[in-house]
Design a protein around this ligand. Structure first.
Ligand SMILES: CC(C)(COP(=O)(O)OP(=O)(O)OC[C@H]1O[C@@H](n2cnc3c(N)ncnc32)[C@H](O)[C@@H]1OP(=O)(O)O)[C@@H](O)C(=O)NCCC(=O)NCCS
Length: 148
């Protein structure tokens, strides 16, 4: 499948919010997506096939120097085609080259087997469980990848 990854534009945010509601039962509100986009536009990426946006990833740089992958979402019809992997590699590369980051972190629901498998494959490891991290009280795993 042909696809490309590029920085998001402000006019993509409606489409990104639509994707967000398809991916998560507790989607980020549109204004939070806008804040993430405004804070780190270089770290807010979309993937397109044809002219259709089918995924996004967003991140930020924490004060402790970690690159934080805040959210990743691939349209259900376009999963298991390597897009999630490509998005993760791309955001890690930008974090490294543009921000000098070599440590990455993220939180994931303990029940989210698909995402946990993806992150393990990419070299992330579970370092702790954060109790009741999500609004519905589900725990999160904190996962870290250290390439320093
Ligand atoms: C998690 C997610 C981003 C993965 O995206 P994707 O494009 O399907 O991922 P990839 O095709 O790159 O998959 C890479 C590997 O991850 C693992 N994986 C991905 N989805 C999986 C699934 N449903 N079941 C088991 N393993 C899975 C596999 O090891 C896969 O390699 P393989 O297809 O060669 O077996 C996607 O499922 C998604 O958007 N989920 C909803 C949102 C979400 O949970 N985001 C993460 C929040 S922390």
């Amino acid at each position: 499948m042909n696809f490309s990854i590029r920085q998001a534009k402000v006019e993509d945010l409606d489409k990104i919010y639509e994707l967000e509601t398809l991916c998560f039962k507790d989607p980020y509100p549109k204004n939070l997506l806008y804040i993430l986009f405004s804070l780190y536009p270089e770290l807010f990426l979309v993937t397109e096939t044809g002219n259709k946006i089918v995924g996004y990833v967003s991140g930020l740089v924490r004060r402790d120097g970690y690159g934080h992958i805040v959210s990743i979402c691939i349209h259900p019809d376009y999963r298991r085609k390597g897009l999630g992997t490509a998005m993760m590699y791309t955001i890690e590369k930008i974090l490294k080259e543009n921000f000098g980051v070599c440590r990455y972190r993220l939180e994931v629901r303990v029940s989210n087997e698909a995402a946990i498998k993806l992150y393990h494959k990419l070299g992330y490891r579970i370092v702790k469980t954060i109790p009741k991290y999500y609004l519905d009280n589900e725990d999160a795993y904190l996962m870290i990848k250290d390439t320093c």
